[in-house]
Every structure is written in structure tokens, then in C-alpha cells.
Design a protein around this ligand. Structure first.
Ligand SMILES: Nc1ncnc2c1ncn2[C@@H]1O[C@H](COP(=O)(O)OP(=O)(O)OP(=O)(O)O)[C@@H](O)[C@H]1O
Ligand SMILES: [Mg+2]
Length: 316
């Protein structure tokens, strides 16, 4: 694997008049990743993507994709980039294969039979071969998204930039999208994908970053992001066969524990210690000699974390 990162963004800034939409964004993504960009509406995701895909000049900053300086060498950049915009136009009066062959011709891909071959490959990549004869307007939303993704792949881009590709998809269609993206990354492409839904990206991506009001707040694996954003609180529940009051009193006296409640067989409490401390706590309950039937942990959902981020960054 080459040491050159697939995506190298430095000090990127985008202004619309007096408004700063992207503020000092620096980010690198190694090749072969499915990398997520998450942020609430207005965070600056689409603005960032517009610069990366040569559609807009930034106020300041550098963008290098697979070693190509996007702001200097637009022609080369466009050959390596595959961009799926957030509101991709939906074809209606063409069959799936016609739509793709039309675009293959527009990209100047080979002769007729080479284009046919390439379209077949791209349909295979997004698992839509069996829909090739359908009218585009007859496709479901998930299938439409995948046809647009197939179109994005025609010219064999090495960096895919997909703006909210899973928006409006049901869990099954999201899974198909995730499989398609993982496969592309395994084939050597790098995928940069945005969403305002953190949990959606957490399941789709190898790593991700969180942006709000134009600024990068955290990046890394989903777990690292969770930690950077300072959310380590969990709700723990011990299901005990006896002596609940005694157990609750002991738990309440331990560090990093608060809001201890008893409900039936269950003692539930909030805990914001680390993993080691949590293991000690579990062991401590067992040492009391109280029979424990189950021990469960629930994390604050990613959505709650993101809502917290959005609220804490709101202007006064
Ligand atoms: N052409 C424009 N002129 C002026 N302001 C703009 C323009 N495009 C975007 N903005 C502003 O820049 C900010 C970032 O917009 P952007 O579209 O990049 O956000 P986003 O993260 O993609 O949001 P969403 O989740 O809604 O797609 C927003 O406050 C938006 O109003
Ligand atoms: Mg957007």
C-alpha cells in the first residue's frame, strides 16, 4: 500500500460572503477506507465535497486526492474522482442500461462493446444486473441510489465522494449500499461518504469524522470519536436473584456511579468509569456473594451524542 494518503485536506476554508461554511479543515484518509463525514444540517459537508470535486474554489487551503492537487490540476482530478451529489438527478424515460450506456459514452469510454462491458461490470458491482431492462422510473429509491452509484463508477474513479448516498433508504437497502461500498474499498478505491446520521455511518464506515458549524470536532474509529466527544457514560443493569437493596447500596458507594434504581430483579445505574473500572464493579457484585443472572450495558446512542454536539455549538 502506498504511503500517499488517498485524501489529504489541509487548512480548508470556504466562505460564502461573510459566512464561514468550512473553517480550517485538515484531514487525511488512507487508501482503501470507507471514511464517513458526519454532521448536522448546515455543518459544511456538501461545501467540503464541492471543493474536493473541483466544483468550487475554496477561500483557502489545499486538497490532494491520490497525489493529484485538485485545485491545480482539475483535469486529472476529475479522472480519479467519482462524485455522487446529494440530490442526484433521477433518470426517468430511459431503461437502466440505456441510462448507464449514455453516460459511459459521455465519459468517452471506449467503443460500443467496451461500454456495454463496462456497464455490465458496474451493474454487477452494485448488485443490479437483474434490473438492467427496467425503466429507471420503475425503480425503488434504494435501487435508484445504486443506479446512480453505478453511473459514478463508470470511469473507474479511485476516490469516490458520495454525499448522503443512504438518505431515505430502509435498513435492507442501507445494508446493500454498505456492501457495495465495502466491496469498492476492498477493490482499492477510497470512499468518502457523508450523512447527518451518525449511527448510519458508524455501521457503514471503517472510520469517520464529525463536523459541526464548519469545524472538525473528532475523527477516528466510531469508538474513538465517541471518546473524543466526551461521551463515555453507560447505563448498566445487574439482574440479581436476591438482596437487591444491599447490592444497590454497595453499588451506590462505588466511584463513577450515579442514579442507582431498583426495579423488580434489576438494579440499574449510570456509570462513567473506564472499562477496567466496569470490570471491577462487576467482580465486586459477585464477591458480595449475590447471585447475578445477567449484566447488561447500554450506551448513549450516537444520535444523542450528535444532538449534544449540535446544541453545545449553537450560537447564543
Ligand atoms: N451557495 C451558498 N451561499 C450561501 N451560503 C451557503 C451556500 N451553500 C451553503 N451555504 C451555507 O453554508 C453552510 C453549510 O452548508 P452545506 O450545504 O455545506 O452543509 P451540509 O453539511 O451539507 O448540510 P446538509 O446536511 O443540510 O446537506 C450552511 O449554513 C448553508 O446555509
Ligand atoms: Mg449537504
Amino acid at each position: 500500500m502506498s504511503a500517499i494518503p488517498a485524501i489529504d485536506i489541509r487548512y480548508l476554508r470556504v466562505d460564502y460572503g461573510n459566512f464561514v461554511a468550512v473553517d480550517d479543515l485538515t484531514l487525511t484518509v488512507p487508501r482503501g477506507e470507507v471514511f464517513g463525514l458526519v454532521g448536522p444540517n448546515g455543518a459544511g459537508k456538501t461545501s467540503t465535497f464541492r471543493v474536493l470535486t473541483t466544483l468550487m474554489e475554496p477561500t483557502y487551503g489545499e486538497v490532494i486526492l491520490d497525489g493529484v492537487d485538485v485545485l491545480e490540476d482539475i483535469e486529472s482530478a476529475r479522472r480519479i474522482i467519482g462524485y455522487m451529489p446529494d440530490l442526484a438527478p433521477v433518470p426517468t424515460d430511459l431503461k437502466v442500461w440505456e441510462f448507464l450506456e449514455f453516460h459511459a459514452a459521455a465519459y468517452g469510454i471506449g467503443n460500443r462493446s467496451q461500454r456495454r462491458q463496462r456497464v455490465a461490470e458496474c451493474l454487477e458491482e452494485v448488485a443490479l444486473t437483474d434490473q438492467r431492462e427496467k425503466w429507471c422510473k420503475e425503480l425503488s429509491r434504494g435501487q435508484t441510489q445504486r443506479v446512480v452509484l453505478a453511473k459514478t463508477l463508470l470511469h473507474r474513479p479511485s476516490v469516490l465522494i458520495l454525499d448522503e448516498p443512504a438518505s431515505g433508504l430502509d435498513p435492507l437497502a442501507r445494508r446493500d449500499m454498505r456492501t457495495a461500498l465495502r466491496k469498492l474499498a476492498e477493490g482499492g478505491a477510497t470512499v468518502f461518504v457523508s450523512s447527518h446520521i451518525l449511527s448510519e455511518l458508524a455501521e457503514m464506515c471503517t472510520s469517520l469524522c464529525v463536523m459541526n458549524r464548519g469545524r472538525l470536532l473528532a475523527s477516528g474509529t466510531a469508538e474513538e470519536v465517541r471518546q473524543t466527544l466526551g461521551n463515555t457514560e453507560r447505563v448498566l443493569t445487574a439482574t440479581l436473584l436476591a438482596r437487591h437493596e444491599e447490592a444497590a447500596a454497595w453499588i451506590a458507594a462505588q466511584p463513577a456511579v450515579h442514579e442507582v434504581k431498583i426495579s423488580g430483579q434489576q438494579v440499574t445505574f449510570n456509570f462513567n468509569g473506564n472499562d477496567d473500572a466496569q470490570a471491577d464493579l462487576m467482580e465486586g457484585i459477585l464477591r458480595l456473594g449475590i447471585r447475578m443472572r445477567a449484566f447488561e450495558e447500554k450506551r448513549t446512542s450516537f444520535e444523542d451524542i450528535l444532538v449534544g454536539v449540535a446544541e453545545s455549538n449553537r450560537l447564543p
